[in-house]
Design a protein around this ligand. Structure first.
Ligand code: FUB
Ligand code: ZN
Length: 618
């Protein structure tokens, strides 16, 4: 009997075959442009992004833009006003541009597009014939301690490649948004130039010898992956790999703090690294790049290191809010279990990076534990970085404040912008992309990764599956997902069941556990009937023949619960934090004497109040 006949007589066998024998194929997220937010938690935030944050951020690019105007004038022979020496203000503008490109994908806007075009024309006018682009060196007024006397002579701190990484990300986004290649041309010219100077040798740089040194601030690695995915040009992937593989090999600084080997993760070859150390944003961008290169090469070159680092992070170096950064002097990680509350750094950029990193790890390993970390980091630390009004920002996000010595880069409370404004455009570009973290799929399986009110269509083999989700998650724990395949078909739906509701820990890593020692639990119904779905890697697996109008209802037992930290976290000894679902609450004594409010909101209500996440046990 051939398989077709057998399947005819035994539909259950067909179901089993279809569900278990599909070749494991590439997992990818459904792009944010294919997921329409229809209500719930994210709708007002997306609206605020488009209406407020994006245009507001564009206005704040003026100082960076002015430097490009001055640089262009300088190149045309007008030396009356040399642009101020700065290492990475351009990168903040590139990040804003990336966000503008995403906003154009969601809502075309002629004015914003015109701003992009004129800005790109300026950038292109400043780029050197050979592809070099870094205003301070082009205009010849470097501070040797910040960027060296010559181009690429101090890549440990100059940020020359970091700036280009952000330009590449903006270029890909704008090309995808409009089909215009103007910024891609600048980006590709820069990438070819950097490859030449760093890996081949160019007589005009470094005495003609290849620079062959990894940048002090990672970013270009993951940006090159993006360029490779967009263009298919192998050079970019090879470059990303080379920058990873020379880190901690060709150059190891021997100073202290920001010049220590650990600060920029240069203490060991990356494959041998097993702990999260140094500057947090640098570190997490590096790990994201490693995960992406592995995914693109189909190799597991960095898997061992990534697994070890991730375990180290979640078991000893992450705040209960998903925040990263215990040592303000280096904006970086402290020792294991050193997790201060008042002095916590927890930079908004580090939380944003943590979301990128964990989503990349999920794609590599298909395990929901990564999504659980991304979610906690997103709701409690990344979103704390922006006000509900969309135009005020936090740089650091400590877990305790006495309202007197808030450290926010010299700004008391939430700021309109910063002199070093890496965080505002970072959280802004993340929010715009968040719908792109809601579903992932292979050719046989759909993963529901971040719950939200939305609709999408997913192509699964020769079927098209329309999904519509109704939920107020994470404010509430009830999710209704209607599944409408174009034709009846067997496939697998995987619904993420967060760690906080299926174990006794608040998040993966067992650093934070529930005081009641209980597992909250959840219920799952399909078409009104209870469904016993096996749990695989943190997903409830529903494999069946789906037909139009099928309804999945998932209810998390989402209640307020106390959490305690591992006893090795001395700062939290004798204290508990209050959580509800993925939210960590915060007690604001000044403005909310009787209320405890979700952490991500605390700064919206009052920027100057006393607040605490960890409270003494009664
Ligand atoms: O160096 C560029 C950015 O500025 C870093 O990512 C942040 O931590 C801040 O130092
Ligand atoms: Zn930042």
């Amino acid at each position: 009997m051939n398989v077709k006949k057998l399947l005819f007589f035994c539909p259950l066998l067909g179901l089993l075959l279809a569900c278990s024998e599909q070749p494991a194929d590439q997992l990818s997220f459904v792009p944010f442009t294919d997921v329409t937010i229809t209500g719930g938690f994210w709708q007002p935030r997306m609206e605020t992004e488009l209406n407020v944050t994006v245009p507001f951020s564009v206005q704040h690019c003026e100082p960076a833009l002015e430097r490009f105007r001055q640089c262009k004038a300088f190149l045309e022979g007008d030396t009356t006003s040399i642009p101020e020496c700065h290492r990475f203000i351009s990168s903040d503008m590139y990040k804003v541009m990336e966000g503008v490109a995403y906003s154009l994908m969601l809502r075309p806007d002629k004015q914003l597009e015109a701003w992009m075009d004129s800005t790109i024309a300026l950038i292109a006018a400043c780029q050197q014939e050979d592809g070099y682009l870094y205003i301070t060196h082009i205009c010849g007024n470097p501070n040797p301690e910040e960027m060296g006397l010559e181009p690429y002579s101090y890549v440990i701190h100059s940020h020359e490649l970091y700036n280009m990484g952000h330009l590449y990300e903006a270029a890909v986004a704008y090309w995808q948004a409009t089909g215009k290649r103007s910024l891609m041309d600048v980006a590709e010219k820069s990438a070819r130039h950097i490859n030449h100077v760093f890996f081949e040798g160019d007589p005009n740089y470094n005495g003609g010898k290849p620079v062959n040194q990894a940048p002090g601030h990672e970013e270009i690695e993951l940006a090159l992956c993006k360029m490779y995915r967009a263009t298919g040009e192998k050079l970019y992937l090879e470059m990303a790999q080379k920058f990873l593989d020379i880190r901690g090999v060709t150059f190891i600084p021997d100073g202290v703090e920001t010049c220590s080997p650990e600060y920029a993760q240069q203490h060991l070859p990356v494959r041998e690294q097993e702990e999260a150390v140094g500057h947090c944003v640098r570190a997490i961008y590096l790990y994201t790049g490693m995960a992406q290169v592995d995914a693109l090469t189909g190799k597991n070159d960095y898997t061992h290191a990534l697994d070890a680092i991730w375990n180290n992070l979640v078991s000893s170096r992450m705040h209960v809010t998903g925040g990263l950064g215990a040592d303000r002097r280096i904006e970086g990680f402290g020792e294991m279990y050193s997790l201060p509350n008042k002095e916590a750094y927890d930079e908004t950029c580090a939380a944003v990076a943590n979301v990128f990193f964990n989503n990349a790890m999920f794609l590599a390993e298909k395990d929901a534990k990564y999504l659980d970390i991304a979610e906690i980091s997103l709701f409690n630390n990344a979103l704390a970085g922006i006000s509900l009004s969309g135009d005020r920002f936090f740089y650091v996000n400590p877990l305790e404040s006495d309202g007197a010595d808030d450290f926010n880069w010299g700004v008391y409370g939430r700021a309109e912008w910063f002199g070093c404004s890496c965080c505002p455009p970072n959280i802004s570009r993340l929010i715009l992309q968040t719908p792109g973290y809601m579903y992932a799929h292979t050719s046989s399986d759909i993963y529901v990764t971040l719950y939200a009110g939305n609709e999408t269509d997913i192509k699964l083999g020769d079927n098209n599956v329309h999904l519509s989700q109704t939920t107020d998650y994470p404010e509430e724990g009830t999710i209704a997902l209607q599944v409408d395949p174009a034709k009846d078909g067997v496939f697998t739906l995987r619904m993420r069941i967060p760690t906080w509701c299926r174990t006794t820990s608040f998040m993966p890593g067992e650093l934070y556990h529930f005081s009641d020692g209980l597992n909250a639990g959840y219920t799952l119904n399909v078409n009104g009937e209870s469904f016993e779905a096996p749990l695989e890697n943190g997903f409830a697996v529903i494999c069946r023949t789906w037909k139009q109008g099928d309804l999945v209802e998932l209810t998390f037992n989402q209640q307020k619960r106390f959490v305690e930290a591992d006893e090795r976290v001395k700062e939290d000894a004798g204290c508990h934090a209050l959580t509800c679902g993925p939210f960590v609450y915060c007690d604001e004594t000044v403005d909310n004497e009787t209320n405890t409010i979700p952490y991500y909101r605390w700064a919206n209500l009052s920027d100057h109040s006393k607040m605490k996440v960890w409270l003494p046990n009664e």
